[in-house]
Design a binder for this molecule. Sequence first.
Ligand SMILES: Cc1ncc(COP(=O)(O)O)c(C=O)c1O
Length: 340
Amino acid sequence: MNLTRFPRVDLAHLPTPIEPMANLSAHVGGGRLYVKRDDCTGLAFGGNKVRQLEFYLGAAMAQGADTVLITGAVQSNFVRLTAAAARKLGMDCHIQLEERVAKADAAYRNSGNVLLDRLLGATLHSYPDGEDEAGADRQLRDIADGLRAAGRTPYVIPLAPGHPPLGALGYVDAAGEIVAQCADIGLDLDEIVVASGSGHTHAGLLFGLRALNADIRVTGVCVRRSAALQRPRIASRCDEIAALLDRESPVRDSDIHLTDAMLAPGYGRLNQASLDATSLAARTEALMLDPVYTAKTMAAFLQRARQAEPEQALMVLHTGGTPAVFAYERELSSKLSKAA
Ligand SMILES: Cc1ncc(COP(=O)(O)O)c(C=O)c1O
């Protein structure tokens, strides 16, 4: 799809590889399993958000911004990558860390993404009220107003629904990349499994595939809210993408597949299936998963793979998040000592 009318900056190492997971496929005994390595997008430990930031920071540059603002969880990968992208483009970055996860150990508060935010020299703000998208956005806008009053030109990256989903364009584009790669290697994919958080990745990918008439099933794995709440969010994201692209949405309601089987006990909190998926992926494929997004996605993927027919080809999108491994050292180590 032609996205050239949207300002874009070059941040990601593309295309990312598609790799067969022969060891994991043999272990699971279901379909043929593949991974799309969007953990390898290059910038500051990589991840899915690098593709999204190409469009947000493109807009920021086009508007002459000198400072980027973003809000996210304490261990947010998006926040870390926004700070990295801003630095690369010579801008300042203010980040607001929301207390979404009741977890106070030193590693969570200081290591992983937080350490990287500090290394990147971002200005940190705290949003203590926990899960409250509208409140967090409001406080971020207040910080932006303060910066404007001080003569700066801030650009706010909005995450709540109701804003043009520029980030999703990164995944509309990725859909074309995947279709071209599959054609090159003769891979006829049946399904892609992807984390569904803000929904930009899930909706962008689904929109992009259907716009190319590719009928690969896309299953979103809920990591932040239930499937009942995520479904209308993905539907409206798709409508917002259509409005942004000034075209009809090719996505039907029946294209939206979600599972919240791995959500419990909640955002940023591990369960046994995702801990097991983390060690299995490391020990079979040397893949490093993050506890918040990709471990839960892999756990759902494995559940799906076990039910697949041997001839089916399934792909998981590795969306990165690996620095968070170090923030969850306590939980991961305790799992390892139990397994030993
Ligand atoms: C590693 C990782 N995977 C997946 C997601 C979810 O992507 P989206 O917010 O586009 O749904 C995020 C979001 O922050 C993430 O950091």
